[in-house]
Design a protein around this ligand. Structure first.
Ligand code: ZN
Length: 136
């Protein structure tokens, strides 16, 4: 148990990548890296899709990344309806691509491809653990 604490709406309580939530809460964002072939995964994976190995290590994601792209979402999946519109983005953290939301209050004019961003862990009002992008 433990993964049910991640995200605004969590659909599962158990996963092989459950340590992700504790890492996020205590140390920051972590990815996984295959010990056999070196492939990295975010979101974390416990089994390598490249070489089928289950021998993985946890790898701390760099503190600062570079924004690749972003968009404003006006429609949301279950659990996020009251948050729209919000900014979704993908950023590169030393070749590990991370998908997430920007903190509220930012506008498209505040963002540009290549800008430096950080991942900020946060505890949501309902006690769930998540993260958001913030300008670095
Ligand atoms: Zn592998």
């Amino acid at each position: 148990m433990g993964f049910e604490r991640f995200g605004r709406v969590s659909f599962i309580s158990q996963t092989k990548t459950e340590p992700f939530v504790d890492y996020l809460e205590k140390e920051g964002l972590y990815a996984t890296q295959c010990s056999t072939c070196g492939q990295t995964y975010f979101p974390p994976r416990a089994d390598c899709a490249s070489c089928i190995s289950s021998d993985i290590n946890w790898l701390k994601v760099d503190e600062q990344g570079s924004l690749i792209s972003f968009t404003r979402s006006y429609f949301a999946p279950t659990g996020f309806e009251e948050d729209v519109p919000y900014l979704l983005a993908v950023a590169d953290f030393n070749k590990i691509k991370v998908f997430g939301r920007f903190k509220t209050g930012l506008q498209e004019d505040d963002l540009y491809a290549g800008m430096k961003v950080k991942v900020k862990p946060l505890t949501l009002p309902n006690g769930q653990i998540s993260y958001e992008f913030v300008p670095a």
